[in-house]
Design a protein around this ligand. Structure first.
Ligand code: G3P
Length: 216
């Protein structure tokens, strides 16, 4: 399972990219708006920080508007992936872009039927929102598992990108479900790397080594 960072903040993307674990980036209009910056400029900086796909989302709600918005985004960098909402217009735009060989991420997926439609429209990625399903007292991981199973059975080429992951256990469950990609906020990367036994063990190793050097 590849790891993407779900962020539009250049500093945190640079930091996690520096760990050598990142295969891509997902942004969304809420994350981008939070930065308060010119979007194409920010997108160009982000695209330069990773080798993999960087999802940039359209905000038009009609097919032709989405396609028009996609053009300047695609001109920013070769690794821009166009993110489209899972609506009938989003699917129609996905089909047009897929037929041109443009990489797409169909987002706001909340059901297996929607995921089947995204694959049928030629999406590169489909993004089930695990945490937001949990938020309404349903089981986001169960939805992810069903989508992964159905995709494997049907032989779809679309990659399952587990999104709206809120904590490290979601990441483990996404990998166990067979997701192709997990996108997570910087905070979850930090939660994943820290372990008190690592800190304690390292502290002990360094103390023992310092003592040996001192007595040598
Ligand atoms: O990639 C989608 C993600 O940004 C949504 O996360 O936590 O706002 O549901 P969240």
């Amino acid at each position: 399972m590849k790891l993407f960072i779900d962020s539009a903040n250049v500093d945190e993307i640079r930091e996690i990219a520096g760990w050598g674990v990142l295969s891509g980036v997902t942004t969304n209009p809420s994350l981008a708006a939070k930065e308060g910056r010119d979007f194409p400029t920010m997108l160009a900086e982000i695209c330069g920080l990773v080798d993999g796909d960087v999802s940039a989302e359209v905000v038009a709600t009609d097919r032709d508007g989405m396609l028009a918005e996609a053009e300047p985004l695609l001109a920013v960098a070769d690794n821009v992936t166009i993110k489209l909402p899972l609506t009938s217009d989003g699917l129609a735009a996905c089909r047009v872009l897929a037929d041109r060989g443009v990489r797409t991420n169909v987002t706001l997926c909340f059901s297996t039927t929607q995921a089947i439609l995204a694959a049928s429209a030629g999406a590169t990625y489909v993004s089930p929102f695990v945490g937001r399903v949990d938020d309404v007292a349903n089981d986001g991981i169960a939805l992810l598992e069903e989508i992964c199973d159905v995709y494997a059975q049907a032989g779809y080429g679309t990659q399952v990108l587990a999104a709206s992951l809120r904590h490290p256990q979601h990441v483990v469950q996404a990998a166990a479900a067979g997701a192709d990609v997990a996108t997570l906020p910087a905070k979850v990367f930090h939660q994943m790397v820290r372990h008190p036994l690592t800190d304690r063990g390292l502290e002990q190793f360094l103390a023992d080594w310092a003592a040996r050097t001192a007595s040598a």
